[in-house]
Ligand binder design. Sequence first.
Ligand code: FAD
Ligand code: NAI
Length: 479
Amino acid sequence: MQNTFDVAVIGAGPGGYIAAIRAAQLGFAVACIDDGVRTDGKPAPGGTCTNVGCIPSKALLQSSEHFDAAQAHFAEHGIGLKDLSIDVPKMIARKAKIVQQTNEGILYLFKKNKITFFHGRAAFDGKKEGGWQLKVSPLSSDKNEETLAATHVIIATGSSPRALPEAAFDSKRILDNEGALALTETPKRLGVVGAGVIGLEMGSVWRRLGAEVTLLEALPEFLGVADVAVAKEAAKLFKAQGLTIHTGVKITHVKSSAKEVAVEYTDAKGAVQKASFDKLIVSIGRVPNTRGLNAAAVGLALDERGFIAVDNDCRTNLSNVWAVGDVVRGPMLAHKAEEEGVAVVERLAGQKPHVNFNTIPYVIYTTPEIAWVGKTEQQLKAAGIAYRTGSVPFMANGRARALGDTRGFVKWLADATTDQVLGLHIIGPMASELVMEGVIAMEFGASSEDIALICHAHPTLAETVKEAALALDGRALNF
Ligand code: FAD
Ligand code: NAI
């Protein structure tokens, strides 16, 4: 196998595999090394996103949403169902199939783009005439260590779940994202530590399938990263769905036994509380994967939080070594990782790419979905920026009424003087798709009036996006 390359990418998650493909398109000789492994020993490229993140979580969200709709909403459409049931192992098998198809799709793309794939764990082994030397350790004893050399190395090793100091993951009762996505039956009592993105998405899956879900969040306010109006609406809707959310919690003790997992915590008032669960998902953020790279030996600098230190262009302190995605600063999102990976290799090809952190969209795939881009109202207030806001509920939208989902609203934020769009915040049906209107508006430096002037198809949910822009100028037509 070829072992000298222009570019070697460590990690085949969305940051790594997309960088490898773009590098190959640009004419570089490319290697990609990944240690993801399927239960049958075959490679599982795609990283967290494909194997235990974005894709499998959305598969389970879809299955559980169908179940919820059949249980709670079909009757209002006149559809009768007898003996509704959920076969959790079948739902998990469907998810596994989607993951496997994605793994195979990535291997196909590697082949198509003539990328040399190494299945193993990569570590730096110094620098020689031919460039950076990498060692690839095999994942099974019947394979041998391999070595390769590359002029440029892109580190895209991703992140791993952060454990509670009080309790390690045991894959039985105390679960990380991987465990949360692999349950074979619905737990009766599900505890979730951390009411962030994973907590809300996974809590929603298992709540829809019948679990009693309690989320324990350390911060005093719920969903502080979202716009304050969206967070308030989300708290109200999630409570109505049956999710119990306690904020201002401090976990003091966790004990897992054969029967259950017992959690002791202090509540927002400082009172000691005790709760018992059948399963406990811990989703309190993630830590960068830098161990095993032999980073210290080659002098690769990390920042104070343990991420690989990079400049705006994803350049590390080592010449020709770059890092992208979850292993560096910034939001831990697949699309952010991809953009960084593409930008790095385009820079190597002499182009002048740019990743605009101000227009990265955020989505939480709950029901209703939550999505936003740009500044929140509280951020604008804190920065002393004068703004105007226009907000319209989906209740006023004909398509939403036909869909039977009128929860939530669309809210634009625009500069008070120039009318330039500063943010778009949506809670409601298909928010994940609608938010792109805000991303495009911000990328093109549009004003809210530009959005209000654009003809939107009728009847669509997107009409609420236009209507909210009209509302910003006090001239909404349907609300
Ligand atoms: P990763 O995807 O983590 O890939 C890194 C790869 O490198 C892995 O395969 C790893 O095993 C491998 N690796 C590490 N070290 C080595 C080594 N030394 N040698 C060889 N290989 C190595 N983001 C979204 O944008 N949308 C979502 O809906 C979404 N949902 C998520 C749901 C969950 C439950 C989780 C946990 C995450 C979710 N994310 C989502 C976040 C998203 O998965 C990450 O931001 C994204 O995967 C980061 O990509 P990456 O390429 O940086 O790293
Ligand atoms: P997160 O940062 O979204 O949420 C973690 C939550 O845990 C926060 O609210 C935090 O205050 C809380 N917390 C921290 N320590 C705690 C403690 N000791 N006790 C109680 N609460 C505590 O991180 P999460 O949910 O683990 O997800 C990790 C990453 O994966 C996120 O950065 C996110 O970007 C990404 N992701 C993205 C998704 C999407 O785009 N739809 C879906 C799922 C994950």
